[in-house]
Design a protein around this ligand. Structure first.
Ligand SMILES: [Zn+2]
Length: 407
């Protein structure tokens, strides 16, 4: 959904520019101080020092603010009905999280109208945009019948290019105690119906959801229809999810909170990204993943917000960056990279998560001189301007209406 523009835009007065291109600036983030960026035709045309910037048709002086690539949200569940605030409150009062709460959302989603589901998905995409996410992956998974998953896939595909068929989230109530039968139906009918509108196939491989063999069956059936695998794994305990993801060459395995050394070694030797979702661990009081062990072993790490109504009802990657730095011992540089370039790796995208000539002109400006403030000033809405495809998609000055008008 790149918007083309015939006018070039020059952003000047950038205090610190994060390019994620180490060939043009310092460190892994490719930092350039006193920088400028030129957008033209929906893509980045030039990056460099402001004193050598070419002229453009439209100029924005950012008065020393930081500019980053737009966040790449690689894990979200936005097509759903209802909400589960009371379940959250009960959990905070001491009740443990189990995968079965998903069934409450399945019921609410099945009971929602098409219009309600689409409006809720748009609302959450707008919310993501306002916190700087310019690419958002969106999973189905709250229908769990052919018709309801097809409806969710259709809504997601109308709003983003990154559609994931979460065909096997939990066995729905009508298949209680018959998970193998549900998997057989998914492989025989659901994937056939939904694959044309999706890019990814996903499965929740966890006790209470689907075991290794069931997850393997769903993922390979999706791959046979041209979908690329990604896996929810090792969220609540050690298990087969990480090894299955690596074995199938999945783009990403997500959560990764409980890992053995063998899991970490397997990830380090693979191209599978470990996508960490600290909002879910925060909201369930789960153990955070051992990000340091993963990073120090050489695993590629992404950060996602995992927006969903049960376990992580946030769309804010800045919030996740703050947790990753404070509680998972990632450096601010690692956390910012993971929420931008890392997310792009998890979605196998080379055109986003980076500001280099030819990349999509997706960027954000902070009301702060440095990206360090994302972790240093937790909870503060620092995202001031967001460009998508070279167009100003949201600004703290113009508010929500601008975001809606552009979609
Ligand atoms: Zn998820």
């Amino acid at each position: 959904m790149t918007a083309n523009t015939s006018r070039s835009t020059v952003l000047t007065g950038i205090g610190t520019l994060v390019t994620n291109d180490p060939t043009v600036g310092e460190g892994p983030l490719g930092l350039i101080r006193d920088a400028a960026v030129v957008f033209d035709g929906g893509v980045v045309a030039w990056v460099g020092r402001a004193d050598s910037a070419p002229a453009g048709d439209v100029g924005h002086d950012l008065d020393g603010r930081a500019v980053l690539p737009g966040f790449v949200e690689s894990h979200s569940h936005l097509v759903f009905g209802g909400e589960r605030a009371e379940e959250f409150a009960a959990r905070m009062a001491g009740q443990p999280y189990a995968a079965g709460g998903i069934r409450n959302t399945i019921e609410a989603t099945r009971n929602a109208t098409d219009e309600q589901l689409e409006a809720n998905t748009r609302r959450l995409l707008d919310e993501s945009l306002r916190s700087g996410s310019t690419t958002v992956e969106c999973k189905t998974g709250y229908g769990q019948t052919v018709a309801h998953e097809l409806r969710s896939t259709t809504i997601a595909a109308s709003l983003t290019d990154e559609v994931t068929l979460l065909a096997a989230h939990v066995p729905p109530p009508e298949y209680a105690g018959r998970a193998d039968d549900y998997v057989a139906m998914v492989c025989a009918e659901m994937i056939d119906a939904c694959a044309p509108q999706a890019k990814w196939i996903d499965v929740f491989c966890e006790t209470g959801a689907f075991d290794r063999d069931q997850a393997h069956a769903v993922l390979t059936a999706g791959m046979a229809k041209g979908l690329i695998p990604r896996v929810h794994g090792n969220q609540l305990r050690e298990g087969p999810g990480v090894q299955l993801a690596v074995e199938l060459g999945a783009a990403s395995v997500d959560h990764v909170c409980y890992t053995t050394q063998a899991d970490i070694d397997a990830l380090a030797q693979s191209s599978t990204v470990a996508t960490l979702l600290p909002g879910a661990d925060f909201s369930t009081r789960n153990k955070y993943p051992d990000a340091r062990a993963l990073l120090d072993a050489g695993v590629t790490v992404a950060l996602g917000a995992d927006c969903n109504p049960g376990t992580s009802y946030t769309t804010s990657l800045p919030f996740c960056i703050a947790i990753a730095v404070r509680d998972m011992h990632m450096t601010p540089d690692e956390a910012v990279w993971a929420a931008t370039a890392g997310g792009a790796r998890a979605l196998q995208r080379a055109d986003v998560g980076v500001l280099r000539p030819g990349a999509r002109a997706d960027a954000l400006a902070l009301d702060a001189p440095s990206y360090l403030h994302l972790a240093y000033r937790p909870g503060v809405p620092l995202v001031r301007d967001v460009w998508r495809g070279g167009e100003l998609a949201w600004s703290a000055h113009t508010g929500h209406e601008k975001a809606r008008a552009l979609r």
